[in-house]
Design a protein around this ligand. Structure first.
Ligand code: ADP
Ligand code: MG
Length: 677
């Protein structure tokens, strides 16, 4: 028997059961062994019947007086009396008539089940019973409860598990023995075996600790390796010039918020060091992160060092180029700006690259492909990453290869990272928060619109349009199909064209060419288009301050973070802005959407999202594959402490990853996590 043998090699597993297992992703014996219980019920304490208390109980006794009654077509009740030296108790099974024939009245059984009031008498409901033995399987122990399906029940899985349990010794340990011993960690093999067959609760706790350790250790080790790697490298120290900062601020059309001042100060301090900065600026949509990033850039540019600015989409890169151009013009730095995107024609691209290379202190704006575009990065002092949440080791190595050093990293995001995650897995990252919004901003008012309220919405839209403002309309689908429910860009654009004949309507979605998208965006920005019907391509970063209405069709298709990003496209000026969620029917809105309408703070919303959907949905990419840890794990001080100790030991004893292939693999996948949602 091997871990790789098919599940059907077990006696008792035929075609039907194999199929049920396959649906759960269990193909081999190894898969079965790693199919872990959802929870454990403690039935290990055997009591005399006279001492039973309501709740889960176990006893040891004989079973008599079996009777089965058929109540109606699909309900039968089997009853029996169990007795020991102290007393007797009624056992009741629903729809398990086979109990009637299987029980031997002259034998002693373990009986485990819920002891509770039923029909004014205490009885044990649906108990598991089995003949007394040294190794009970379904009773009188800590019982593993597995994720079940219609054909796959815990009792059966327990039975099969006893057959594969010996295979657990084949599970390879990936932690150095030394660390395991020093920290008194259970081995991986023991932990798996214990999860299926714990002999006591302490062992079970140790097994769980070890499995959580497995999730967290590679991530924290990867983090530590990356910190050390950063610290081994030198970045270009960028001198701080107060005059330049003052001039920049004085030429802004607004006053910086206190938060913006504080954060830019933190960045300037980091950039003066030759230790590469690794800082994440978190700030709600519209909190003014771009200007902070540009202030950082200017300091480097003025010294003749280059800066790269990476946006998540071409659309955004172009828009940033426009915004930043305006910010640089008063300083006489606008001619150092280079826009370098993938959709540029070959000749234009060559021109852009040449300009970037020929300009001392250039600011090159583009998307992810920027770093491999052929620009010479030897003078790269600062890399700004907009709305990408995190930057992976791969990319860092690429820059190092190109630039022969590491630049300072500045990431900018509207998606806050929960504190627990920031403190453990991402501790190489320094956080800056922009909590206050620019002073003249009003909170966006959010309404959920049912069909009965649609005309009210339409009136509001017309009022805003006639006041010269603009509106977004977002749909979850591009084209009308059987499943698009009429909430696609095509259908909605047609409807709006009919309802608003006076106003030019534009369409924007990801299937359009980059040029076509830019064209439409340009027209919306300069006011030629009044209503923009779009998909979520406009989700991130698009900045048209004159837009005051955000309409979202099919809001139930979007997550809270996404809705919040979309809503953040308006409320970017001193005018009152509105967000409307258009419901398909008059039914009660989803609680999630009601909360969204109530809350305007992104930090609060991200906490709520975490509660409602769980970390899995939010940190989708982190969850993927091996890293299934939950954020509660990260709040577990004992675990986090233990993992920290292990990481320390790892470096103190100069353990070489090369000798631990599987661990090295785990660390490598941890290093590939680049996005948080
Ligand atoms: P985000 O943080 O979402 O990236 P932006 O940087 O795009 O936000 O800024 C949103 C808008 O607010 C821009 O039009 C910007 O010029 C403006 N802005 C930034 N800071 C301030 C401020 N302190 N006072 C007034 N307006 C500001
Ligand atoms: Mg932004």
């Amino acid at each position: 028997m091997k871990l790789s043998d098919p599940i059907s090699s077990l006696t008792g597993v035929g075609a039907k059961l194999s199929e049920a297992f396959a649906l759960k992703g269990i193909i081999t014996l190894g898969d079965l062994l790693f199919y872990l219980p959802r929870r454990h019920d403690d039935y290990s304490h055997i009591l005399p019947i006279a001492k039973l208390r309501p709740g889960p109980v176990s006893l040891r006794g004989r079973i008599n007086n079996l009777k089965t009654r058929r109540i109606r077509r699909n309900l039968s009740i089997t009853e029996a009396i169990a007795s020991d030296d102290s007393d007797s108790v009624k056992l009741v099974w629903f729809n398990q008539p086979y109990r009637q024939s299987g029980i031997k009245t002259d034998q002693t059984y373990y009986i485990s089940g819920q002891y509770k009031l039923s029909n004014r008498h205490y009885s044990i409901i649906n108990p598991n019973i089995e003949l007394v033995s040294d190794l009970p399987l379904q009773s009188a122990r800590i019982l593993p409860v597995y994720p079940e399906s219609k054909t796959l029940k815990s009792a059966q899985i327990r039975r099969l598990m006893t057959n594969v349990l010996p295979l657990s010794s084949e599970i390879k340990e990936f932690m150095p023995d030394y660390v395991n011993n020093e920290l008194k960690l259970m081995t991986y093999a023991q932990a798996i075996a214990t999860m299926h067959y714990p002999s006591n609760l302490e062992d079970l706790a140790k097994a769980k600790l070890r499995l959580n350790f497995n999730e967290l250790f590679p991530l924290m080790l990867a983090n530590e390796l990356s910190t050390r790697d950063m610290n081994r490298n030198t970045a270009i120290s960028v001198k701080f010039k107060l005059d330049l900062a003052k001039t920049f601020v004085n030429k802004l059309p607004f006053n910086l918020t206190d938060d913006q001042r504080r954060v830019i100060w933190q960045i300037y301090q980091d950039m003066q060091s030759t230790k590469p900065m690794n800082r994440l600026v978190e700030g709600d949509v519209g909190s003014g992160k771009t200007v902070v990033a540009v202030m950082a850039a200017v300091m480097a540019m003025d010294e003749g060092y280059s800066v790269a600015f990476m946006a998540p989409t071409e659309l955004l890169a172009k828009q940033h180029a426009d915004t930043i151009n305006k910010l640089l013009t008063p300083l006489g730095l606008a001619d150092k700006l280079v826009l370098l995107t993938g959709s540029l024609k070959k000749s234009a691209k060559t021109l852009a690259i040449d300009k970037a290379n020929a300009t001392a202190g250039s600011l090159v704006i583009g998307t992810h492909s920027l770093l491999t575009s052929g620009v010479d990065w030897k003078n790269l002092a600062l890399l700004i990453i907009d709305e990408q949440h995190r930057f992976g080791v791969d990319q860092r190595m690429e820059i190092q290869k190109q630039a022969k050093h590491l630049p300072h990293f500045l990431s900018v995001t509207a998606t806050p990272i929960p504190r627990s995650l920031a403190l453990t897995v991402l501790s190489d990252l320094k956080l800056s928060q922009l909590k206050t919004k620019p002073a003249d901003r009003l909170d966006i008012l959010t309404d959920i619109i049912a069909p009965s309220g649609f005309n009210r919405y339409l009136d509001k839209l017309k009022t805003e349009l006639s006041a010269g403002h603009q509106a977004y309309v977002v749909c979850p689908y591009i084209k009308a199909t059987d499943t698009s429910d009429g909430v696609d860009v095509e259908t909605i654009a047609t409807t709006y064209a009919k309802k608003l004949p006076k106003y030019p309507i534009g369409v924007l979605h990801g299937q359009m060419s980059a040029e076509a998208q830019t064209e439409v965006m340009k027209k919306f920005l300069n006011g030629e288009i009044k209503v923009l019907v779009a998909t979520t391509v406009i989700e991130v970063g698009v900045d048209v301050p004159n837009a005051t209405i955000m309409t979202i069709y099919g809001p139930e298709h979007f997550g809270l973070a996404q809705l919040h990003q979309l809503r953040g496209r308006v409320g970017r000026s001193q005018y009152q802005s509105h967000c409307f969620l258009i419901q398909a029917d008059n039914s009660e809105p989803l609680p999630r959407l009601r909360e969204f309408a109530r809350l305007s703070d992104g930090f609060a919303l991200s906490e709520l999202d975490l509660r409602l959907r769980g970390p899995g949905a939010i940190y989708g990419k982190l969850q993927h594959g091996k890293f299934g840890f939950s954020l509660t794990t990260l709040d577990d001080a004992e675990l986090v402490g233990l993992v920290k100790q292990a990481v320390d030991l790892f470096f103190k004893t100069r353990i070489n990853l090369v000798n631990y292939k599987y661990l090295a693999q785990l660390v490598q996948s941890a290093q590939h996590i680049t996005y948080l949602n």
